[in-house]
Design a protein around this ligand. Structure first.
Ligand SMILES: [Ca+2]
Ligand SMILES: [Ca+2]
Ligand SMILES: [Ca+2]
Ligand SMILES: [Ca+2]
Length: 572
């Protein structure tokens, strides 16, 4: 808050202080991943509001009714178990100030070794989104760089610069190099994507910044430059920046022009830039603090203007696009490197200034384009390509039985580390050496169609799967002709009995006892039935006639084979 208020004063636009410091009737929330729009709508409706998802992200803008208190609803939603955070939609000021157009030179290019880097990379093929007041797309030093953008302030495609800040920032990142006109920017062959987030006074809301970053990430930009104060402290902008990072991009923000130590917490979601001068000292206007990650020249930077001319500008607004330009050179030098690889190489190649190592004024140091591009060219790109894999035998629709030989072919840009075979989804076996050859016991699945799929993995964990091969399993089912074995354990044949007699029967079968059906009869009349390996029955002999009786046990297997045994007992 202090940062924003001070930022306005140094901007010389004190008339703006009567404006609200956050948007009325609006909150920014992030849902847990997977929460549906319908559920989010319920959350908003609970406070009389409406929810609107930002792009495909988990960020939502909640519009509240006119009489709602943003802070009160924020406090309530902060306790909602399905939401990760809720914040007010704060208003931020651009991190720049226009300088007198005195004869500055482009000192910053040689300071960061740009000319050396240009021998290897000029940023071609990389798109830098400029989240700002728009860009003068017909400027002679910018026109060739432009790709379509979007205007989130008016929600249309008109990205004309309504202020001048955006054109100056764009020119600092990617004014055309080597065209005999005007200035040269750090990444003078990169593409510029205008994403207007600000009003005509160059003010922007966090919600619009978050929308702009998300849109840039979804529309081909690998770099999003936000030359604005205070965005590094917004959870919504951090979340949008992490979304962009998840797509291989990077987000750059200005530290601010208050000339003081700010209390903004460090974030890993954005690259936060302080400004240096031609003596590699921290520029007097530059804000600093533990949230600063790198520094870059930001004083007397000649750049493009809204009216088609050139002017020297200063501010962390101008240091940010220098960093964006360096990142553009790095990404163009080796597009296959991941965003996080590029980010760490930016830091490790920066010129350490001030206190040894990362410090609050310069972060990891002042960027060095020459060293950064050299480091990129020697870095190995991660393997992100999955192996290709196919089942060579058996052929689809073939009839198989018994043990089936399954041959798999697999290849990879780096190397296949293992191949798995699955039959009807169940793992059959894993093979780690080519040729990949499996033995599959088809009798373990039912006769009829079975699906075989092979999976190949590389050392980086990328997995490729084969097309499914459907075979017809036709195993011969051998008929069961063996009768069960059954015996009466108690009573023994010929014994004399009285009172209650415990009859106990045991049975077994070649196909297993589970399928057996047992029957117990006395004098030919069934008294008990059961299944499995044993049967027990208590016979009250007092109710039977004196004399000799026959006890018969019968076991029948699933194939219909049966066997009976009998014993004779005498009741006295
Ligand atoms: Ca030029
Ligand atoms: Ca240092
Ligand atoms: Ca691979
Ligand atoms: Ca049998």
């Amino acid at each position: 808050m202090i940062a924003i208020a001070t930022g306005l004063a140094s901007w010389g636009v004190s008339a703006q202080t009567a404006e609200p410091e956050f948007a009325k009737g609006r909150l920014l929330v992030q849902a847990r991943a997977g929460l549906s729009d319908i559920e989010m709508e319920k959350v908003a409706k609970g406070h009389g509001g409406k929810a609107r998802r930002i792009g495909k992200s988990d960020l939502h803008v909640i519009e509240l009714p006119g009489n709602a208190s943003e802070r009160a609803v924020q406090a309530l939603l902060a306790k909602h178990p399905q939401l990760r955070f809720v914040e007010l939609d704060r208003r931020v000021a651009p991190a720049m100030a226009v300088n007198d157009p005195y004869a500055g030179s482009q000192w910053h290019l040689s300071k960061i070794g740009a000319q050396t880097a240009w021998d290897k990379s000029q940023g071609a093929g990389v798109t830098i989104a400029i989240l700002d007041t728009g860009i003068n797309a017909s400027h002679p030093d910018l026109a060739a760089r432009m790709v379509p953008g979007w205007n989130f302030y008016d929600n249309n495609a008109n990205t004309t610069d309504v202020h001048g800040h955006g054109t100056a920032v764009a020119g600092g990142a990617a004014a055309t190099l080597n065209n005999g006109v005007g200035v040269a920017a750090v990444a003078g062959a990169a593409r510029l994507m205008p994403v207007r987030i600000a009003d005509a006074n160059a003010y922007a809301y966090w919600s619009t910044v978050a929308q702009g970053v998300t849109w840039a990430a979804d529309n081909g930009a690998r770099i999003a430059n936000i030359s604005y104060v205070g965005v590094a402290g917004s959870a919504a902008v951090q979340s949008a920046a992490n979304y962009m990072k998840s797509k291989g991009g990077l987000v750059i923000a200005a530290a601010g022009n208050n000339g003081i130590e700010e209390t903004i917490a460090p974030t890993s979601s954005m690259i936060v830039v302080s400004a240096t001068d031609s003596a590699d000292a921290l520029a007097s206007f530059s804000s600093w603090g533990s949230f600063v990650t790198v520094s870059a020249p930001g004083k007397d930077i000649w750049t493009t203007t809204r009216d088609g001319g050139y002017q020297a500008w200063w501010g962390t607004s101008m240091a940010s696009p220098v960093v964006s330009g360096v990142l553009g050179l790095m990404m163009a030098a080796k597009p296959a490197l991941s965003g996080s690889q590029i980010e760490s190489l930016l830091y490790s190649t920066a010129q350490d200034l001030g206190d040894v190592g990362r410090d609050k004024k310069f972060g990891y140091g002042r960027v060095n384009a020459a060293a950064a591009v050299t480091a990129v060219l020697t870095a190995a790109a991660p393997d992100t390509q999955a192996p290709s894999v196919g089942i060579a035998a058996p052929l689809g629709l073939s009839n198989v039985n018994g043990l089936v030989a399954v041959d798999v072919t697999a290849s990879d840009n780096v190397g296949v580390s293992r191949v798995e075979l699955r039959a009807n989804g169940q793992l059959v076996a894993t093979d780690t050496t080519a040729p990949y050859a499996f033995s599959w016991d088809s009798s373990k699945v039912a006769n009829g169609n079975a699906n075989l799929v092979a999976y190949a993995y590389d050392a980086a964990g990328n997995a490729g799967s084969s097309a499914a091969v459907t075979v017809n399993v036709a195993n011969i089912v051998v008929a069961d002709t063996t009768a069960p074995v059954v015996s009466i354990l108690n009573p023994v044949n010929g014994s004399t009995v009285s009172g209650t007699l415990s009859i106990s029967v045991s049975a077994s079968d070649n196909a297993g006892a589970a399928g057996l059906v047992q029957t117990l009869a006395i004098d030919g009349k069934t008294v008990a039935t059961g299944s499995g390996a044993s049967l027990a029955y208590n016979w009250n002999t007092r109710k039977a006639a004196l004399g000799t009786h026959t006890v018969t046990a019968t076991a029948r297997d699933a194939a219909g084979n049966s066997r009976s045994v009998s014993v004779q007992v005498t009741i006295r």
